[in-house]
Design a protein around this ligand. Structure first.
Ligand code: 3PY
Ligand code: MG
Length: 259
């Protein structure tokens, strides 16, 4: 049970991922040929549910992309189903408090860290992948599964040091849009108050030995993010990448036609 993304993070490499909104296994296979390291199947903002996520996870595994999922809500089944179909990590949106994070840890991590429910499922080849005991599988899965609450509310920001210190939290995923909205500065990522918030989250992650992920819309944003000290960058959404890629080709074609 490997997690290529986690191995890259531990080696201090610079993994780049993107969100899936197309929800097509073929699109994931195409992404596997682009140099990306991981994909995030988005069950929050896209229509995908766990059944669709399973097919997309299969495609990602075949394409050497680490499959992460963003959960649709904070319910037990939302967390458990995505892990059972093979997500190698969960992004958890709209977090406010330590109590909410503890609930998510309880759902997502096996004992002794949490109270995740056990059943032979796709995650461990229905029990046929290895000769491991149940206890060994639980320990391996805890290790190979990244739990990344999002910091995207002002309440989560206020509690960020306590959240990053929690056992079971592997890192923080900053949602710049929702955080800026929650702080009354929609989309103003360069505002000094936002920059101070981002720095506070990075510091909390660094001091507790946790990974810090940031979402950005552009290649320049990826380079800036790594230069600033983020551990992983998420560049856009496959839908947007499709539109901008085709749009620039159409524009280039029209320009060439003028010659
Ligand atoms: C946000 O910016 O709010 C996000 O959740 C990015 O995915
Ligand atoms: Mg968000």
């Amino acid at each position: 049970m490997k997690n290529k993304l986690k191995e890259m993070l531990l080696r201090g490499e610079k993994p780049i991922g993107t969100f899936c909104g197309l929800n097509s296994p073929t699109a994931i296979e195409c992404l596997g040929r682009t140099g990306l390291d991981f994909v995030i199947i988005d069950c929050e903002h896209s229509p995908a549910e766990a059944e669709t996520a399973m097919e997309l996870i299969r495609a990602a595994e075949l394409s050497n992309l680490t499959p992460l999922c963003r959960v649709r809500d904070l319910s037990r089944s939302a967390v458990l189903k995505l892990l059972d179909v093979g997500a190698r990590g969960l992004i958890v949106p709209n977090i406010h408090s330590v109590e909410e994070v503890q609930q998510i840890i309880d759902y997502a991590k096996f004992a002794p860290i949490g109270q995740r429910g056990f059943c032979p499922t796709r995650k461990d080849g229905w029990g046929f992948d290895t000769e491991r005991t149940t206890a060994e599988t639980m320990a391996v899965m805890n290790e190979a599964t990244l739990l990344l609450p999002q910091c995207e509310t002002k309440e989560a920001l206020e509690n960020i040091e306590a959240i990053t210190a929690m056992e079971g939290v592997d890192g923080i995923f900053i949602g710049p849009f929702d955080l800026s909205i929650s702080m009354g500065l929609p989309g103003q990522f360069d505002h000094p108050t936002m920059q101070a918030a981002f720095a506070r989250i990075r510091k909390a992650c660094r001091e507790s030995g946790k990974f810090c992920f940031l979402f950005t819309g552009s290649p320049a944003g990826v380079a800036d993010g790594f230069a600033t000290g983020y551990d992983a960058m998420v560049m856009g959404i496959d839908t947007l990448l499709l539109i901008s890629g085709v749009k620039s080709q159409v524009e280039a074609a029209k320009k060439a036609m003028e010659k």
